[in-house]
Ligand binder design. Sequence first.
Ligand code: FPP
Length: 232
Amino acid sequence: MQEPELREPRLHVGLIMDGNGRWATTRGLPRVVGHEAGVGTVRRVARAAPGQGIGTLTLYAFSSDNWRRPAAEVAGLMGLLRLYLAREVEVLRRDGVRLTVIGRRDRLPDGLAEAIAAAEAATRAGTRLHLRIALDYSARDAILAAARAAAPDATREDFARLVTGDGAPEVDLVIRTSGEQRLSDFLLWESAYAELHFTPCAWPDFGEAELAAAMTAFRSRQRRFGGLPAAA
Ligand code: FPP
């Protein structure tokens, strides 16, 4: 697959995929149908990402606080993740996508951690896109675990490696769908200087056009990282 030549480093975009439940209930459907529709968006967005200059895409699939949801919804979500791994890994591998999962693995239903490890191994060589799925993920827990593991004289860079787990770069842009404007314990360390983009579009309705619009808005921002504008 040929991408247009890029004039900027490849970006890290974090996606808070919100609004599946509302999308379904406003249509009189069970919430899990919204999650099923959301998997379609995951496919579309992963396919579109490299062409938008995105090198790393982190998707918030299940937060550590999502265990509070009804057991049937949790089981539905875990089933969808299992199915996604089973069906998609070969396509991801073929498309040069490296898949990794961040978050805890010790509380996942039987066999899922093994399926994740197999998917990670099968896609290890991918360089076109690093697709990260945050599953049983809490940014505060990741920071706490890093603090416990860090040497007393650890540098910021050392600490960042412990927090991210897989060496992913800092986040350039966080997109949240469906109107809420909060970070909900997602990539808090990595997003220190991320731009934020909130869209009313529900995740199942999000697609290539909405991603392109978010990237255009991002490129119009002036990022100063605490400094002054270049011309000042
Ligand atoms: C938030 O919508 C969405 C989630 C908690 C789950 C996201 C999961 C998927 C899109 C499917 C599986 C993911 C992958 C990577 C295959 P919500 O249920 O909180 O929506 P609401 O705010 O309208 O209730």
